[in-house]
Design a protein. Structure first.
Length: 320
């Protein structure tokens, strides 16, 4: 079956849902350079300008990748919502917060996005924050008796967006919580806080990295799907390929491995899914699977395409 028909499966793998037992850690590490994209500063009006070309949409994505997502809702604001138990910059484009005591269901998360289109989710209520459209989508109240959830998206006219999710106790209005958070996050987005602004932000080689950048190093690529901040689909010599960047716990990596030319280890699933860790583990983590590390993934129709694209992706993150 071709990759085009397996995008949901690929997305699950990108989220680290393929769980195998652990492998010995690689000894090769990479340096931690500045973000792979540097752009001249722009004023706040940039985010109100609708892009007209693919090149302009790509620039919006590049600028969104350079924003420190955890800085959009700082701890000084989080503490007004309750006791902050944990702040986790789980991916380069998302931040997750647990509130209250250890048995509390109270959680918040938000993520940077690009959404090049104007349609609001069906059933959402929309209100304007200046020229930013905030779409709020509450959960069906009959789905749970132990918690309430709400999702919202603040979309800039440029196509950049911030996705929010709140989970609260039954006595707290989850949507009201998001509507309280969103205006401040939008204001901070307009200042484009760089990675490292928040003390909770993890620094790695994935900060600012463009998963579509590898196309410039390959001959014969074509469009496939809509690029997002942390993944890029394209055709390569007749095969469908998806490149994605994420943080992965080592115990979730496949035990089937192969050595890449630069000495790093690729973890392989079904011959067509390659994952390589490209940076040191993040310190101080206590998740169920243990510490995570920055990783690049390549999914393809054939093993030959997956290996070839991964070889080129790794040249973007030179081993030291």
């Amino acid at each position: 079956m071709r990759l085009r028909g397996l995008m949901v499966v690929a997305a699950a793998v990108m989220l680290g849902l393929t769980a195998c037992q652990g492998d010995p850690p690689e000894t090769t590490r990479v340096a931690e350079p500045a973000p792979t994209t540097t752009l001249p500063p722009v004023d706040a009006s940039y985010w109100s300008t609708v892009p007209q070309t693919d090149e302009q949409r790509a620039e919006v994505s590049a600028r969104a990748r350079l924003i420190d997502v955890c800085a959009l809702v700082p701890r000084a604001e989080l503490v007004t919502l309750g006791e902050v138990r944990n702040v986790d910059n789980d991916e380069t484009d998302s931040c997750r917060v647990e509130l209250g005591p250890s048995d509390s269901v109270e959680k918040l998360s938000w993520a940077s996005m690009v959404v090049f289109g104007d349609a609001a989710p069906p059933g959402a209520s929309v209100r304007q924050l200046g020229d930013v459209a905030l779409s709020v989508l509450p959960e069906d109240p009959g789905t749970s008796t132990t918690e309430r959830t709400c999702n919202a998206t603040a979309k800039f006219r440029s196509g950049a967006a911030i996705y929010f999710k709140a989970t609260t106790s039954p006595t707290t209005d989850a949507c009201a919580r998001l509507e309280t958070m969103a205006p401040g996050a939008v204001r901070r987005w307009l200042t484009a806080p760089p990675h490292g602004t928040s003390p909770d932000t993890r620094r790695s080689v994935l900060n600012g990295a463009d998963p579509c950048a590898v196309r410039a190093r390959l001959d014969g690529t074509g469009p496939f799907g809509v690029p997002v901040l942390t993944s890029c689909g394209f055709t390569y010599r007749g095969d469908d390929v998806v490149v994605s960047f994420e943080n992965r716990e080592r115990p979730t990596l496949s035990k089937t491995t192969a050595q890449m030319p630069d000495g790093r280890t690729a973890h392989i699933v079904d011959g067509t899914s390659y994952t390589v860790v490209v940076g040191p583990e993040f310190a101080g983590e206590t998740s169920y699977f243990g510490a995570s590390a920055p990783a690049v993934n390549v999914f393809a129709d054939t093993p030959e395409a997956a290996e070839d694209v991964m070889r080129h992706v790794l040249t973007l993150f030179p081993a030291t």
